[in-house]
Design a protein around this ligand. Structure first.
Ligand code: SF4
Length: 342
């Protein structure tokens, strides 16, 4: 029997649509009304500090978490309230690669079985010869020798294990890959090669990707579009070029200004905007604009009136002080500490 092809989204329709997604853990409002979409073949980076809720969004998308409310639509189908069993039919639409390959791979399974497992769970494993061939193809595709199939995960390096995770995630040819900080648990020396691999695979295969990261240099390298999260909400979206060239939300400006650059001369010269205190608690988020307790340009109404996420230029932004034509304050022009003067 030939395996069924996953339902492709209707032409031009988003691979992923989130509508007012909410995920609360008791009193913790981890995700609080996120709406966004990803078009076929696009890479959207979801960025923000640790605790912003970006990984929780990823887990809702693959239905490792059942959202408190809101809608998750995969390839046009609302999967928000599907049971685990019903969700199985949509497992081919979406896969996830986690930050720590050691935690996401069963150490007792041979690598070949790890890679083939999604096919088995979807009832598409075929006979042994088919399986062996597909596993070998996948391993080679991610830059590993097919003989690795007969080894156990602990016999591999961290970078090799993450390649196995990627092979496993892509074996069922999903329309959407959720990559949750896929390189941040790896040695710095192998981070670039795994990122290159993801970029090459995405270009060759053309899957859409929700790339969850705090690493803005990786975003610059891999993403087509950017969504910036702050304390459970999206505060700015746009194309990579637009957001990097003209960040409009003060939080986005501060994030970009705080990102380290490789060139030490540039690093010394550039402005360092201090975000001040840590991220406020998601149990009792600040009133009005959630960023107002840290925003260097906040005005009185920021503490009481919630700014709507509205369309500005080719993207969206939620800030009272950004005009409809995209002009507004730039926190990098505010009084600040400069980088290391030495
Ligand atoms: Fe800052 Fe006010 Fe804009 Fe929020 S709405 S980012 S506090 S200026």
């Amino acid at each position: 029997m030939t395996a069924a092809t996953p339902d492709a989204p209707p032409a031009g329709a988003p691979v992923l649509e989130l509508e007012d997604l909410v995920m609360h853990f008791g009193p913790v409002r981890a995700v609080d009304g996120v709406s966004m979409s990803i078009a076929p073949g696009r890479v959207t980076a979801l960025v923000g500090e640790s605790g912003s809720g970006k990984s929780t969004v990823g887990r809702c998308v693959v239905r490792l978490l059942s959202p408190t409310s809101g809608t998750v639509r995969l390839a046009g189908t609302d999967v928000t309230t599907l049971s685990r069993r019903a969700m199985r039919a949509h497992r081919r639409d979406v896969s996830i690669v986690f930050q720590d390959p050691a935690g996401s791979i069963d150490p007792r399974m041979l690598v070949g079985d790890v890679v083939a497992e999604p096919l088995r769970l979807q009832g598409r494993a075929g006979n042994r010869a088919d399986r062996t061939r597909r596993v070998a193809e996948q391993l080679e595709r991610v830059g590993l020798n097919s003989s690795v199939a007969q080894r156990y995960p602990h016999e591999l390096s961290g970078g090799q294990r993450q390649r196995v995770s990627i092979a496993r995630a892509l074996v069922s040819e999903p329309h959407l890959l959720v990559a949750d900080e896929p390189t941040s648990a790896l040695d710095v020396s192998v981070q670039a090669s795994v990122l290159n691999l993801l970029a090459d695979l995405q270009r060759d295969i053309g899957f859409a990707c929700l790339f969850i990261t705090h690493d803005l240099s990786a975003v610059e390298y891999l993403a087509d579009d950017i969504a910036v999260m702050y304390l459970g909400q999206v505060v700015e979206t746009g194309t990579r070029e637009e957001v990097f060239a003209h960040p409009r939300h003060p939080y986005t400006q501060a994030l970009l200004a705080a990102a380290p650059v490789a060139d030490p001369v540039r690093q010394r010269e550039r402005v360092r905007v201090l975000l001040g205190d840590d991220l406020p608690s998601a149990i009792d988020p600040p009133s009005g604009c959630r960023f107002h307790t840290r925003c260097p340009v906040a005005v009185e109404r920021c503490a009481t009136v919630v700014p709507a996420l509205r369309r500005v230029g080719g993207g969206t932004v939620a800030c009272h002080l950004v005009e409809d034509d995209g002009t507004g304050p730039d926190v990098r022009d505010q009084p600040h500490e400069t980088g290391d003067p030495a």
